[in-house]
Design a protein around this ligand. Structure first.
Ligand code: COA
Length: 152
């Protein structure tokens, strides 16, 4: 059986814990700091920043779009990170499973997009294993993007 996680809202009680979560040193270039993502969500209301919990322990952070991005009309999973101390326990996979479940439940969501840096092989493999198909470089450059078609 896979790992179990719960996605919980950020509140005044847990946000500082969330910004203290860290990837490994090697991964630092692959994901924006959580404090950055939380700030970004303040200006893009479609972005929902959530803490990932395994039981009562906060183990990671995810941010996805509840509505299509006003800039390109797509549903994006903008960010995913699992704290360095909690990686390789299946929490990333479980959190993405829950995000995909929520997005699939929205009839307006036909395609889900994610982006990652081209040297992030772990992310590429991980998203490919969930069914995402790589589409090449993002229009804004730098990132590579992959999409998962969920509707017809
Ligand atoms: C990518 C990330 C979220 C995976 O989280 P995790 O909880 O460690 O992953 P899981 O244990 O659920 O494993 C999911 C899959 O990710 C891949 N993976 C995770 N860590 C990996 C590593 N160090 N090397 C290669 N593949 C890796 C594997 O495909 C794995 O599947 P498997 O266990 O069946 O082989 C985590 O490594 C992370 O936070 N990385 C830094 C931030 C980042 O790169 N985010 C994604 C880009 S936006």
């Amino acid at each position: 059986m896979g790992a179990k996680v719960e996605l919980r809202e950020l509140t005044r009680d847990n946000w500082e814990q969330c910004i203290a979560l860290e990837p490994t040193d090697e991964q630092r270039t692959w994901v924006d700091p959580n404090v950055w993502s939380i700030a970004e969500s303040r200006f893009y209301p479609s972005m929902l920043p959530l803490a990932i919990y395994a039981g009562d322990e906060m183990v990671g952070f995810v941010m996805y779009a509840q509505t299509p991005d006003p800039r390109d009309g797509n549903f994006w999973v903008h960010r995913l990170m699992i704290d360095r101390r909690h990686q390789r326990h299946g929490y990333g996979r479980a959190a993405m499973g829950e995000v995909l479940r929520r997005l699939r439940a929205d009839p307006a969501c036909r395609t889900i997009w994610i982006g990652y840096l081209p040297d992030n092989d772990a992310a590429r493999q991980f998203y490919a294993s969930l069914g995402f198909e790589e589409q090449g470089e993002a229009p804004w450059g730098g990132d590579w993007v992959a999409r998962l078609v969920v509707g017809d």
